[in-house]
Design a protein around this ligand. Sequence first.
Ligand code: GLC
Length: 722
Amino acid sequence: MERITDLLSRMTLEEKIGQMAMVNADSHDINEDLYSALRDGRIGSTINQVDAEINNKLQRIAVEDSRLGIPLLVGRDVIHGFRTIMPIPLGQAATWNPDLLCQGARVAAVESASAGINWTFAPVVDVSRDPRWGRIAETLGEDPYLTSVLGAAVVRGYQGDDLSLDDSIAACAKHFAGYGATEAGRDYNTANIPEIELRNVYLPSFKAMVDAGVATLMASFSDLNGIPPTGNQFLMRQILRDEWGFEGPVVSDWESIEELVMHGLCSDNRSAAQAAAMAGINIEMASSAYADHLPELVKSGEIDIEVIDEMVASILELKLKLGLFEQPYTDPHKFPDIGNEKNIETARRAALQSLVLLENRDNALPLSQDAIRSLAIVGPLADQSYEQMGTWVFDGDDSISETPLNAIRAMVGDSCSISYVPAMETSRSQSTDQFEAAYAAAKQADATVVFLGEESILSGEAHSLANIELPGNQAELVRLLHSAGKPVIAVVLAGRPLALGNIIDLVDALVFAWHPGSMGGPAIADILFGVESPSGKLPITFPKMVGQVPIYYAHKNTGRPASPDLFVHIDDIEPRTPQLQTGMSSHHLDAGYEPMYHFGYGLSYTRFEYSQVEVLESEPRLGQSITVRANVKNTGKVEAEEVVQLYLRDLVGSVTRPVRELKGFQRIRLKPGETRQLTFLLKPGAFEFFGQDMKKRSEAGKFNVWVGGDSNAMTGTEFELT
Ligand code: GLC
């Protein structure tokens, strides 16, 4: 720390404020202006430069040609890979496998560090329950606990055991906070979240990242309860610094400081700089309100120099932890080859475990290579090496990608004739020109596999959708293929949950593949032909129709919970039905009250049976850990993996509590007939929530606990905490 105090004491005000500036350094910005700003110490970090030589050049100017030689933070979004691409984060979340997410982040860290990157802006730990929002693709789903466990694994993957190692990069939990509740799922929109909901749903995953040692956070663009996080002292000072004790740097989002003017919180960039500095935003990404106005704000006394010193010290501390003062340069030759076999294998395993089997009528899957002698491969996403990588793959190398079409061809070889008809130019096409050829291929083949979904551009930042059905005339294509009278297997690649109601009865099986990354092809082929049983589980609820949104499993019971005897479907209402006769409960007349697929759901090629859920403590006590045991048996004929999930319900609280909450999960592998007894330890924190007084507490009373393969698990028991 004394090294930082000493350095600070030697820094001019301009050099201090220089550390708070992050500038865009992609290739068209590499010029003499940038070099002279580096020499003057007016830049503390760069973003978007991925050429190792250029990054070394910029570092050398900062370190060797400036007065104090302070090295640069070099940032880049490698949120699910650098060159070798993992499934999108929402797809990785479907693996429910923290180790796999950690390995995936490690691949991204090593590949990007070789290019001179030492900071990435991930994990996205925004909880969201709105599939209209394009950035749902970047999240780890709708649940605070799952997001916390998986996000912490990603932090470990990026940061390694020691931030100063050459292949460790600083992680960044984003977008703090409440971005996932953006109104109407429309990106950059307002988020109005009551404080108690903020504390019980939207903040826990960020607190978990702080507890996991995340190096930095990023402020979100959104307007949170009228005060955008970039200028929100309640969020950035009271919660993050005072309550949580976080001392690392917070970076603004892209130009989000100057956007405080557009929000109408500030009248000009000068007041925006003041608002952001007072909120404790250490680094300004891409805009220059700090550089333009902080010197004068400090000189006029409107901002104390201590506020600046504290923020700059945090930045210098991170640079020290990263070892940049000792080793600012990268040497690509010291790193493993990009896209090496180990990285490819990680991408394949992640894709394999991310695939979720949503329908499998009459065991249409797995396909038998003996029985299937001809296969029609149809659809706009069967052979798209770029699209399968998904959103946020600026540096993704699609020459690494293995597409489903190629992987299936490689798998079946000469044993099965493949006829491939894309049928649509893009996932959005309205043309039916190739439909006849698709129909003919389906008619002649033993079965058809149709690859549907969204191109990658249809999800991600600024890509929200009001209609989440399959784009273009994909549904018409499925209807046509169904009419050929042969089995139709659908594989859906998308960056969000889709409303699949208009095709689901027309296919014999459906595998949801998210955007599965570089190795999506081999993973899909392995599942289709039964090399491995599907084991993915939904990290987010799939609605029947978009009008149900938000719909999620951890909902409140309401005073009039829906049930089959309190609901009459719109098609079943007789003429002149008396007003009070359709069931006075919380539902939609047309959609009912159940989603299409619930959180935690995913089929297997075998079946798992749950039994003997018990609480070991005879008198469970408030404030003590509770031990839950359960038996799981593979009652089918194939070895497979299952994600065993534990849900808890606090039946009565000083504020209403969700009907169930995920509090534990374990991924296990069982042979046919094998039974395993699992133990879950529920620590006191599992029972805690924020009450009306905004204080965290747990309360005595009755609880239900269930253990099962999805959020509808009904095998459980009741116990009382006293
Ligand atoms: C973008 C995103 C943020 C990203 C940053 C840098 O606008 O909101 O997630 O890390 O800018 O690319």
